[in-house]
Design a protein around this ligand. Sequence first.
Ligand SMILES: Nc1ncnc2c1ncn2[C@@H]1O[C@H](COP(=O)(O)OP(=O)(O)OP(=O)(O)O)[C@@H](O)[C@H]1O
Length: 731
Amino acid sequence: MAPMIDDDFIGTLSDTEDIPDELQEAAVSAPTNAKRKRDDKKQNAMKKRKTATAAVSGEDERVDADDGEMLSDFEFDNSDRTGAMGDFDGWALEGDKADDGLAGMADIDAMVARRRGTTQKVENGVESDDSEDEDGSENEDESEEAGSDEDDDEDDDEANEADEDDAQDEEQVEEVSNSKDQDAGSDSGEDEEDAAEVAKRNAFFAPEDKTVVSTTDSSFTSMSLSRPILKGLSSVGFSSPTPIQAKAIPVALEGKDIVGGAVTGSGKTAAFMIPILERLLYRPKKVATIRVAVLMPTRELALQCLAVSKKLAAFTDITFGRAIGGLNSREQEKELKLRPDIVIATPGRFIDFMRNSSSFQVDKIEIMVLDEADRMLEDGFADELNEILNTIPKSRQTMLFSATMTSRIDDLVRVGLQRPVRLMVDAQKASASGLVQEFVRLRPGREKSRLGYLMHLCSEIHTNRVIIFFRQKKEAHRVRIIFALCGLKAAELHGSMSQEQRINAIESFRSGRASFLLATDLASRGLDIKGIDTVINYEAPQTHEIYLHRVGRTARAGRTGVSCTLAAEPDRKVIKAAVKAAKQHGASVRQRTVDPKDADTWQAKCDALADEVEDILREEKEEKVLAQTERTIARAENIEKYEDEIKSRPKKTWFESEKDKLAAKKRGAEQLNGPADAKREKKGKLSNKQKKKLQDRDERREGQTWKKGKDMRGLRSLPKDTKKKKKKSTK
Ligand SMILES: Nc1ncnc2c1ncn2[C@@H]1O[C@H](COP(=O)(O)OP(=O)(O)OP(=O)(O)O)[C@@H](O)[C@H]1O
């Protein structure tokens, strides 16, 4: 039966709830940097720019940085974007081993083709290089071989980037559904901030009215940007600044610290990169120096940022280097020896170079950017971040950006911001304006057919340019096999894949060879892939923030897109928060009705494939073991061949022991999943809020009925017969 869109969707997942009228298809609607050392030339250039900006904007036009208002008059120009950023053409992998094949997907496709006895031609597959994933441990000495082994992509910081994925994986899932997501529903964080927090904030941030220039009528030319920068902008098709760019660029050009937030896909990358490039044009050029460090939480994001930045800098002499995990360190070390102006990095590899590469000097860094800053400030990255912050100069400009930027002062204080300017363009927890959020409700007892629902959606409704998010990489992989067995072209992306496979997977999806990308939250932040039509949440994520990042992979840069979330009992809290926020911001929310028979038919098909899936998993494991053995032999041969060179190198040091790393990982998981039971015991007395949380969790564990929250109480104005019908259906 054809699926239906039910426009009067409600956020509640309980069958006893009434459908609200109001949820019917919304049809949507610092002081100057005197302390900091700047050379005279730069200061003068800055002053000139400042005067020009002020002249253009005028005092009266200043906009309150915190007004949370969307600048409705801004529209992305998507009419003619040929040659623009849409044509992302690579990962700047010169020198790194990058395969054009369909790694990660080709293996499965080949196996399925063999099993089906077809002659399906499968492009060359690349074996998974996930040795560290098999035993779950990294060997610090492994990187010793980097010099002699081109393939040695697994480095010490593998763990950091993998954490992004692992933290949301495996055994934590149950915890997740029972603890942290309760926060998502409650108005924690910003909403609950008290007067003390407001006072702290006022003291911490620079007074807004003095520091923020107007964004109305702003254009790149009115920002007094230099010709090479303007040429770069026009070459990528950026004709006018997005709201966050209009706000951030003038402030950043003045050298001020920034805490910036704007919805996903609103151009935050260029918001920090344009002023950096402009400022670097005025750098002293006699001695090459690393002046800028941009830190990102995942390797893919770092590579993407590098590609975008290089395009923007195409008409300048500004140079770039990488310190990105998972890629050949020797190549990166070579680049860093030349002291590029800007280094784009993931924290683990950055620290590795900081400690072990004499050519990597960070003592002249003048600007540091933390992209996806709220993620970087989480416990999982705390040790790395502290190590970096303690090493690079304190007298730097620091910029933090994220679509879900935290304003919790305690989090921000440790970054060493100096009277930062707070630039929040969109209302907190808003989604992109072109996004339609669909929910497919799985009634109690229907969860066992979750996969059936997904298969139905992907074969009948959302059939192309779809990214599907999973909580567990194992599940993403299993479903990827089922997709292959059912003839759906898919790629997968998660932390159990080698970096090369990860990049190839993204590329095969980007190029359209794969219609579906099955990913974990490794891909939830920042990835800018043009033309993603739909984001499907196979399960709701742990938090509302992650939900916003996930659904933000579509409807980017003024485009439209759909998110579709399978909503069962365990997903309830996050969905409740998502619907509530969507309601508040006038976003489009609707329910998609899928005939249970369709889902059951697909579920039966999938169940019937179980043995075959097991066989493929076994076969895959055997191939992995074989590949692993071959790698071990090759490694041993390499060690023998390059023994002298390896022994002559100083032993690498790492700032954390394995134990510390594990502890950090645990802290990260705890932060993600909420306080562990142990914490509860240790603390002794619990606050009422904690008690309520635990009680809610226990109730849910026992499968008791969910109580309506505040935001759901308003859902009463349904026509009577609809109410009756609903009640009946629950009996
Ligand atoms: N001024 C502009 N004009 C037109 N397009 C732009 C402009 N600035 C950025 N874009 C495009 O908008 C898209 C999103 O940009 P970007 O990836 O920087 O978003 P973001 O805000 O960092 O998103 P996320 O929060 O998901 O990381 C990119 O494809 C980029 O090319």
